[in-house]
Ligand binder design. Structure first.
Ligand code: NAI
Length: 426
């Protein structure tokens, strides 16, 4: 449907199958999953410019909702949302969403999904590998062997069984590390600012200082926040046990690397493994530099915590599943910009899905329209997030004509941003 200004209008109240274009070589599992749910899928290896993206999307025939799958290189700017009203959802097949203008996405009622947990296990396994590698001096001994030296010695080499591991941040990754480390016989303690259920025999401690003082290995799994920036600086490093090891595969801002280099040079710490840096090269051909380079007791890795084939496949699976649920039942659970709502859609029921400005009176206006239409409400669910609200009005599928009329009236409310009818499996 084309409006007077040549802009494609969404025809949201007629239920069409979604059309997805997956850019940037997204793992094939995503296309398989979406196709399996009745979605038309095109795949591309390149990252389009915003202009090319607009042209490409506007050239998709039909009137159904559009979905794009991107990774970090495709910028989705305000112009894209303005000029492609059919764009209903974006799958960011990565962890970050900085490449998308999220405020515009929200104000246009476009759902954005990413994959924050797909690499959890990969990071946890890297950390476990690093704990053992540090405890046995693997990097140093392997480097010596490569150089033709036979550095056979037990000096400074230890089993990890029975050693204490301090986990800072007991979220998805921290708690996975906890389980794996206990399987190796480590004694696990953790510190988190939020009360977290201890897994296995892990023990929560009440302060970072307590954790640092009690751990042979300290591993960091916190997000980048004002509170975690520089969290492990000189003072924190001084509180660590003499001869302890530090591992950081969280964010580069958490550790003061100058202070860490000093602690290593003075022999206060026995070693470190660092996967993330305050400044990281953007491309493989950009040089990497760090004050930690050239130390045999330091493992330096190029932010590869989540870089495994399994994590890539999980990303494809996780984001495609979120997109499929979005079209099947209107779920925004785990999304980045819209209020989070995920409710099953019973057989024989249709759902009017409405994103609106979160101002007083919206719900009563919607309920008033439903009452006027004489449509029976089977279920109603509301969630809000900042200045936007999302409501599901579930009604009997048998009343289809009334439902379409009612949805059109709800869409016409001046508070409405986006309205559609969800009819179960796409
Ligand atoms: P998460 O959000 O599940 O867990 C973070 C935990 O840290 C939460 O339990 C939170 O309460 C806690 N926390 C926040 N501030 C804290 C503070 N000041 N002190 C103590 N605890 C605090 O996050 P997830 O998925 O476990 O990721 C952890 C980190 O790993 C993130 O920074 C993420 O960016 C990074 N990451 C790194 C990867 C890599 O390739 N190296 C790949 C994936 C994630």
């Amino acid at each position: 449907m084309t409006g007077a200004n040549g802009v494609c209008r969404p025809c949201s109240l007629v239920v069409h199958e979604p059309h997805a274009i997956l850019f940037e070589n997204i793992h094939p599992r995503a296309a398989e999953r979406l196709e399996g749910r009745g979605c038309t899928v095109e795949t591309e290896t390149f990252a389009p410019t915003p202009e090319a993206l607009v042209e490409r999307l506007r050239s998709v025939p039909g009137e159904g909702p559009l979905v794009i799958g991107i990774r970090s290189k495709t910028k989705v700017t305000a112009e894209v949302f303005e000029r492609v009203p059919r764009l209903a959802a974006i799958g960011a097949f990565c962890i970050g969403t900085d490449q998308i203008d999220l405020d515009e996405a929200r104000s246009h009622g476009v759902a954005v999904f990413n994959a924050p947990f797909s690499s959890t296990r990969s990071v946890a396994e890297l950390v476990i590998g690093e704990i053992i590698a540090l405890a046995r001096g693997l990097f140093e001994k392997s480097t010596a062997a490569h150089a033709g030296r036979w550095a056979k010695s037990a000096k400074g080499a230890h089993e990890v069984r029975g050693k204490s591991l301090g986990i800072v941040g007991y979220g998805h990754i921290g708690s996975q590390v906890s389980i794996l480390a206990e399987a190796l016989g480590m004694k696990v303690r953790y510190y988190d600012i939020v009360a977290k259920l201890p897994l296995g025999n892990a023990v929560a401690v009440s302060s970072l200082d307590e954790l640092l003082a009690a751990s042979d290995f300290v591993t960091l799994h916190v997000p980048d926040t004002p509170r975690t920036r520089g969290m492990i600086g000189r003072e924190a490093l001084d509180r660590m046990r003499p001869g302890a090891y530090l591992i950081n595969a969280s964010r580069g801002t958490v550790v003061d690397l100058e202070a860490l280099a000093e602690a290593l040079d003075q022999g206060r710490l026995a070693g470190a493994a660092i996967d993330v840096f305050p400044v990281e090269p953007k491309r493989p051909d950009e040089p990497f530099d760090s004050v930690l380079r050239g130390r045999a007791n330091v493992l330096l890795t190029p932010h590869i915590g989540g870089s495994t084939q399994e994590a890539q496949a999980n990303i494809g699976e996780e984001v495609a599943a979120a997109l499929a649920s979005f079209f099947e039942r209107g779920s925004t659970g785990g999304g980045v910009v819209l209020p989070s709502l995920d409710e099953p859609l019973a057989e024989g029921v249709e759902r009017i899905w409405n994103v609106h400005r979160n101002v007083p009176g919206v719900l009563s206006a919607i309920v008033g329209l439903v009452a006027q239409a004489g449509v029976n409400i089977v279920g109603q669910h509301l969630a809000t997030r900042d200045d936007v609200g999302l409501v599901f009005v579930d009604v009997p599928a048998a009343e289809r004509l009334e439902v379409e009329r009612l949805a059109a009236q709800i869409e016409a409310l001046d508070t409405s941003i986006r309205t559609r009818i969800v009819r179960g499996r796409v």
